[in-house]
Design a protein around this ligand. Sequence first.
Ligand code: BGC
Length: 426
Amino acid sequence: MNRINRLAAMVSLASLFPFVVHAAESKGSVEVVHYWTSGGEAKSVDVLKKIIERDGFTWQDSAVAGGGGGAAMTVLKTRAVSGNPPSAAQIKAPDIQEWGRLDLLTSVDDVAKANHWDNLLPKTIADSMKYEGHYVAVPVNIHRINWLWLNPVVLKKAGVSKAPATLEELYAAGDKLKAAGFIAIAHGGQAWQDTTVFENLLLSVMGADGFKKAFIDVDEATLTGPKMTEVFAALHKLQGYLDPDGNGQDWNLETAKVINGKAGMQIMGDWAKSEWTAAGKQAYVDYLCVPFPGSQGVYSYTIDSLAMFKLATKNDNPGNIAARDDLAKVALEPEFQYVFNQNKGSIPVIKGLDMSRFDSCAQASAKDFANAEKTGSLAPSMAFNMSTSQAVQGAVFDVVTHFMNDKDADPAKAGKQLLTAIRAAL
Ligand code: BGC
């Protein structure tokens, strides 16, 4: 049989067995816009896909590459504006409110009630997933931002005897690594990565209180004061240790430089661990994780959540609604929470899971989260959209990037620029 005839035979066979074809079809589809595209992230999201498929639904993957999610948010906005939203999208809490105000989200209260979300989730997290009192999103994890990742073999070769605990020790380790011919700090020069470094320095210099005054209260004295000058001066200093070839690089390619022994350290949220895990490396054997120097008591975090969208008329059918509800339900089930977070580098968002099933970095993270909660030192990340809307986050990105691109920029003036930019974006 030639190709055309084979095709014709297949088509006529299919028309003879319409029911067989139907039986193999899924019960409904769920389309998810997300930005989990690095090796480790893709492995993590695959856990969700497999469970959804096992439940008989179709997973429609709409991954948009780009760390930090800027590109994904642009795609999401375009899709929403043109009346073609996905079933769900990876969004951070303050933006959930904005999407809610646009009347684009749908309530999943029924799923939440049936699965006791109010008891499973810490109250503040539960509240942030609600719009006007109704659950419109489901959180999947807690990522700590203020981490330093280190390759102990590289440190040893460079004569660095212990992981830095203060900024001075960080600079000293950086000097040794550079002198030994290594990249001191793997870093991709992208606005969100630059701002991650800035935010960590701010936590180190100003602590959780200073952070809250700056980015939650938008307090003028804090944003323009001498401590902020110190933060920007430290940023200039730290730039001298960042990967000279890092311009525009993706974060995971920079993580790979630490894994492969080209660089000694990386300042990154714990999704960086997903790359180590995917490469078969083990915490405290192949790599070290310590809180960003000087920010030990503070726990800066971001929470990934999947916001549930009202389906476009053409997709709005019971099968697709059931698929979306299944996604919401699965996201908070222990089975998913364990495997997803082990792969992703984050810690579970639901209470009471057995942390002995996690590596030592995740165990330290869970312990530090609990302590920071008690001492009021939890800092919802500005750089990752937890304390700020995307607009404010973008304004900070601009100021930080400009500052880093201009080595003559005056640290004493940068705080004022930050204040002006934030106010304009509010
Ligand atoms: C998200 C993480 C993601 C990281 C890198 C953060 O905004 O919370 O889930 O791994 O960006 O893209």
